[in-house]
Ligand binder design. Structure first.
Ligand code: SF4
Length: 379
C-alpha cells in the first residue's frame, strides 16, 4: 500500500540543531541525505558536475575530500556553482581546514584529536566559529586511536564512543558546540551498537552510516538494515549510504530508506509487483523505464504498476496514478479511480505524462515541493 499511515518509528531523539550553510541538521529538521564526490577535487569541472548530479538526485549536502592544498583551493569555485551546501573532508592537516574555510566551505569533517596541538585546533575552531561552520567528528572503527585499541583490545562500540567523546571534549573545551558526530563501522551490529551508546550520552546531531558497506546490492542491504534499525529508534539526523558504486546511487538508496520508514517523501514512489505468469504486460521492463524517466520528479507521487487484476485494483485505488494489467487492454487509474484503457505500447509515455501532471498539481498546491515530513519524525 502506498503512503505511511502506520508509523513504525519511535519519536525522534531530541538533538541540538546545527546549520550546514542553509541546511539545518538535527532538532526538528528533516533527516538529510548526503553523499560524497569521487572525482579529483582539483578537477573543478568534473567535481562540479558530480555535485550537480548528486543534488539533482536529491542530496541535501555533498562532501568533497580535500587531500591537499590544491584540492582545498578548488573549494571556492566548486562551491560557487554548487546548488547545495558543501562539506570538506579533511584528515590530519589543519592548514587544509583553514584553506577550505577561507574558500567558503559550509561544513568540515575533521577530527580535532588528529590535527596536533591545541593551538592548531583553536585556530580551526576560531575560523569555523567566525563563519558559523559546523564540524563533524567522524569516528571510524578501522582507524581508532592506538591507545583506545590497546585498552579495548579490538575495535568495539565502547572504543568508538570513547574516541568520539574525546574529540567532542576538545571542541567543548574551546566552547564550540556546532558539532555532529558519526560512528561508522563496516559491521552493521557494531555500527548500531555504537550509535545507540553515544545517543544516550550526547545531544549532538548524529550522522548515520555503515562504512565500506560494499557494492550496490550488499551495501544497500547492510545500510538499510543498520540505518533502518537506528532510524526506527529515533536515532539519526543525517545519513550517508556508503557504496562502492556511483555516488548518485548512494543518494537514491538513502532516500529509499527514509521513504520506506515514512521519514521523507521525496520523489515518485513506485509500487510494482514482483511479476509472475499472470502478468499482462512486461512489468519489469516498464518499471525500469519509468524509474529512469521519472527520476527528475521531486514531488511524492505514488504510482502503482501491477501486472494483473489480482492485486492491481487495490493498489491503484491507493495511488495517485496506477495501471493494472488486463487481457487486451490495461486499465489506467487516476486518483484511485479507473479513467481509461491503455495499450501496452502507450504504457510508459502515458504514465510519465500522468505522473508529471500529478506532480505539477502537487507543486501548485504546495510550492515546498517535497511536502512536509510526517509528524512522526518531528516530535
Ligand atoms: Fe503476478 Fe498479478 Fe501478483 Fe503481479 S500482481 S505478481 S502479475 S499475480
Amino acid at each position: 500500500m502506498a503512503g505511511h499511515r502506520h508509523a513504525i518509528t519511535l519519536p525522534r531523539r531530541a538533538t541540538r540543531e546545527i546549520r550546514v550553510g542553509r541546511v539545518a541538521v538535527g532538532g526538528n529538521s528533516p533527516i538529510t541525505v548526503q553523499s560524497m564526490t569521487n572525482t579529483d577535487t582539483r578537477d573543478v569541472a568534473a567535481t562540479s558536475a558530480q555535485v550537480q548530479a548528486l543534488a539533482a538526485a536529491g542530496a541535501d549536502l555533498v562532501r568533497i575530500s580535500c587531500p591537499d592544498a590544491d584540492a582545498a583551493l578548488a573549494v571556492g569555485p566548486i562551491r560557487a556553482a554548487a546548488p547545495v551546501p558543501l562539506i570538506a573532508d579533511i584528515h590530519f592537516d589543519y592548514r587544509l581546514a583553514l584553506l577550505a574555510l577561507d574558500q567558503g566551505i559550509d561544513g568540515l569533517r575533521i577530527n580535532p584529536g588528529n590535527i596536533g596541538s591545541r593551538q592548531r585546533v583553536a585556530e580551526v575552531v576560531r575560523a569555523a566559529r567566525e563563519r558559523r561552520v559546523p564540524i563533524r567528528i567522524g569516528v571510524n572503527a578501522g582507524s581508532l586511536e592506538k591507545d583506545l585499541l590497546a585498552r579495548h583490545g579490538e575495535p568495539c562500540p565502547a572504543a568508538m564512543v570513547e574516541s568520539a567523546l574525546n574529540h567532542i571534549r576538545i571542541l567543548e573545551d574551546l566552547d564550540y558546540r556546532e558539532i555532529k558526530v558519526s560512528l561508522k563501522a563496516s559491521q552493521v551490529g557494531m555500527t548500531v551498537a555504537a550509535y545507540r551508546l553515544l545517543s544516550r550520552q550526547v545531544d549532538y546531531p548524529l550522522h548515520l552510516g555503515v562504512t565500506e558497506a560494499g557494492g550496490l546490492l550488499p551495501g544497500s542491504v547492510k545500510s538499510a538494515v543498520g540505518l533502518g534499525l537506528l532510524l526506527c529508534e529515533g536515532i539519526g539526523d543525517t545519513l550517508r549510504v556508503s557504496l562502492s558504486a556511483d555516488p548518485v546511487a548512494e543518494v537514491k538508496v538513502g532516500f529509499e530508506i527514509l521513504k520506506s520508514l515514512g521519514l521523507r517523501s521525496r520523489g515518485v514512489d513506485i509500487v510494482s509487483c514482483p511479476t509472475c505468469s499472470r502478468q499482462e504486460f512486461p512489468v519489469i521492463g516498464v518499471v525500469e523505464q519509468l524509474e529512469e524517466r521519472l527520476a527528475h520528479v521531486r514531488e511524492p507521487v505514488t504510482l502503482s504498476v501491477i501486472g494483473c487484476v489480482v492485486n492491481g485494483p487495490g493498489e491503484a485505488r491507493e495511488s495517485a496514478v496506477g495501471v493494472v494489467g488486463g487481457a487486451g487492454d490495461n486499465l489506467l487509474y487516476r486518483n484511485g479511480a479507473p479513467v481509461g484503457k491503455l495499450a501496452d505500447a502507450d504504457l510508459v509515455e502515458t504514465l510519465v505524462r500522468e505522473v508529471e501532471a500529478a506532480a505539477a498539481r502537487m507543486r501548485a498546491a504546495d510550492p515546498a515541493a517535497e511536502g512536509p515530513p510526517p509528524a512522526t519524525s518531528q516530535q
